[in-house]
Write a protein that binds this ligand. Structure first.
Ligand SMILES: CC(=O)SCCNC(=O)CCNC(=O)[C@H](O)C(C)(C)COP(=O)(O)OP(=O)(O)OC[C@H]1O[C@@H](n2cnc3c(N)ncnc32)[C@H](O)[C@@H]1OP(=O)(O)O
Ligand SMILES: CC(C)C(=O)C(=O)O
Length: 561
């Protein structure tokens, strides 16, 4: 790799890395920032097919429903669609607690157009931007520092001149993270001075990592430098706008909040230029997972995702934090085992505390948040394939079919499942597991059958079992006696020539989880049959019938596998 072509941000001249006595590493996040979705502007400008008015409106409505209070609605001077959308908002009105933000470069004609778009809106933020980094100054704008400062201040003056009541101001030194700290400070202070920022009419200073070029600690230092040194600090809302070129946009935003940022601009699920803007969903749910209310409604994440996918015409990846299809799913055996145990422990703890499970403290291994918090069910938390173990298989049969397999049966059945999945290499659903279980244990044909049976309680701890027993095609009526009906059944089988020891036995009701009418019981029996040990299972509305079937299932499996 020709890595020698690139320089560490620390070696750049001029350097964008400030000298700051940092305090952010020892802080913690305790409150959400002011969130500002920029999907309708920064996200939109990164789409092959920018949103039409219908998709824009749908996304705006989603933001309002989620509880965003400041929403960047477009770049009105960029296109007729963006302009028309802002006019439409001015016509229909926006909720009283929502402020639209419009974006403009520092060019008089485009500023004029921007103000024309917001006429009639009771509130708006006009967001002015100009790049300040050395390469942009030299190559793109072809101005020195003074020239760029002049460009910015001319634009800021145009904005101030046009602004009526209800208009607040935002300034972004685009490429802030590449700009010399003293120059960033100089232009920001000049702008807040020109706009006469005051605590009752604060100015947003938005400090973008336009192209992410350094580890997140560098960005945090840059933000802390501004936080500590910017003039009129109490009249400034310090905002960040991280992109994600290095894949650390979320980390940059979080460290920047520790360093003094009060406001975060980003996009839902991280759409945006190149590798995207910082993902607001991840940021908000990261706070939630640390016990901090993000003050956004993310309780139906799939609906949010569907809307975002529809508006952007881009899919959200299956592994996307919090919102991807697979992010609450474990395929691997030991994870499944831990989740199954954790879920059982969670249910018990909720019961002990006397609260519903969704209100009990969450501590389930491998699931950083309760999927129910974002409207996900528990069906998908465990999915079974060749990487899975007994725990996951047992979990699916328990949650899907009410079966509570004894541990040793779980081990035995998981081998059956492994054989099936190793053969196909494919996932096995709960329904397919149930079919496998039925075929292996419940509907198992074999050489031994007992029909027309009856039991009698003939004395204290004494039971008789009588039935027509068929073994390898030979049929006869046999009776056995024992201390219970199952013990008596083994006596009848012995009389027919089949020696059976019941080693372990368990039974339970399947409750409402079972399909069909009634509430069938399931019985499990581990038996030694002529020296071969196998499990069997039976299912019937009668506990005794289920028990007899379980023993016969073990017998037939022992004789055929
Ligand atoms: C980091 C960001 O996301 S910034 C936002 C980027 N978003 C967009 O560009 C989407 C919308 N943009 C557009 O529709 C168009 O670019 C317009 C309407 C704004 C301008 O269009 P045009 O006049 O055709 O200019 P063009 O698109 O080529 O932009 C380049 C010009 O803008 C200048 N420019 C760039 N940024 C700024 C700025 N913040 N303020 C003033 N001028 C700027 C460049 O120096 C260049 O000027 P030059 O032609 O004299 O060399
Ligand atoms: C100008 C700002 C807000 C921006 O979009 C960026 O730098 O990415």
């Amino acid at each position: 790799m020709p890595s020698h072509r690139y320089r560490s941000v620390h070696d750049r001249d001029p350097s964008p890395v400030p000298d700051v006595e940092r305090t952010w590493p020892s802080r913690r996040l305790e409150a959400p920032p002011l969130w500002v979705p920029v999907d309708l502007r920064d996200g939109n400008q990164a789409l092959a097919e920018p949103m039409d008015p219908g998709r824009k409106a749908r996304m705006f409505d989603l933001f309002v429903a989620m509880g965003f209070k400041e929403i960047e609605v477009g770049y009105p001077s960029a296109s007729a669609t963006d302009f028309a959308f802002v006019r439409r908002l001015a016509g229909t009105g926006v909720p009283d607690d929502v402020t639209p933000v419009v974006f403009t470069p520092a060019r008089r004609d485009l500023i004029e157009r921007t103000f024309a778009s917001i006429e009639g809106l009771p509130r708006a933020v006009v967001h002015l931007y100009t790049a300040t980094g050395p390469a942009w100054r030299d190559v793109v704008l072809r101005e020195d520092r003074d020239g760029v400062r002049r460009l910015i201040l001319d634009g800021a003056a145009d904005v101030a001149r046009r602004a009526g009541p209800g208009v607040r101001f935002e300034f972004s030194p685009e490429t802030f993270n590449l700009t010399e700290p003293d120059f960033a400070l100089e232009v920001c202070d000049a702008v807040t001075d020109l706009w006469d920022a005051a605590p009752d009419r604060p100015v947003v200073l938005n400090l973008p990592a336009t192209v992410e070029i350094a580890t997140p600690n560098v960005y945090a230092d840059q933000i802390e430098y501004m936080h500590r040194n910017v003039a009129r600090r109490d009249a400034v809302i310090l905002s960040v706008h991280p992109h994600n070129d290095r894949g650390t946009g979320v980390a940059c935003a979080e460290l920047a909040m520790l360093a003094g940022a009060q406001r975060v601009e980003g996009c839902l699920f991280g759409n945006g230029e190149r590798t995207g803007n910082v993902d607001l969903v991840t940021l908000a749910l990261n706070l939630h997972a640390q016990g901090v209310d993000p003050c956004l409604d993310l309780s139906d994440i799939d609906e949010i995702r569907r809307t975002v996918e529809h508006c952007n015409r881009l899919p959200v990846h299956e592994r996307h934090p919090y919102g991807g299809d697979l992010v609450y799913t474990a395929f691997s055996g030991t994870h499944q085992d831990a989740i199954a145990k954790g879920m059982a422990h969670h249910a018990k703890r909720a019961a002990d505390l006397g609260v519903p499970p969704e209100r009990a403290p969450w501590d389930v291994p491998y699931l950083p948040i309760d999927p129910a918090d974002v409207g996900r069910g528990y069906e998908a938390v465990i999915r079974v394939n060749s990487q899975s173990g007994k725990g996951g298989i047992a979990y699916l049969l328990r949650t899907g079919y009410g079966l509570d397999l004894p541990r040793r049966l779980q081990i035995e059945f998981s081998r059956v499942v492994q054989r099936a999945t190793d053969g196909s290499g494919e996932e096995v659903t709960a329904d397919q597991l149930w079919d496998l279980f039925r075929a292996e244990y419940l509907d198992r044909p074999g050489p031994v059958a007992v029909t027309g049976w009856r039991t009698a309680h003939t004395g204290p701890a004494r039971h008789d079992f009588t039935g027509t027993v068929t073994v390898d095609g030979v049929t006869g009526e046999h009776t056995g006696t024992g201390n219970g009906p199952i013990d008596a059944l083994t006596g009848a089988l012995a009389a027919a020539g089949v020696r059976v020891d019941v080693l372990r036995f368990a039974e339970h009701s399947t409750g409402a989880a079972a399909s069909g009418g009634g509430s069938p019981a399931v019985a499990y029996a581990e038996c030694r049959v002529d020296g071969v040990v196998r499990w069997g299972a039976g299912r019937d509305t009668s506990v005794l019938a289920a028990s007899v079937q379980a023993v016969l299932s073990a017998v037939n499996r022992a004789k055929t596998t």
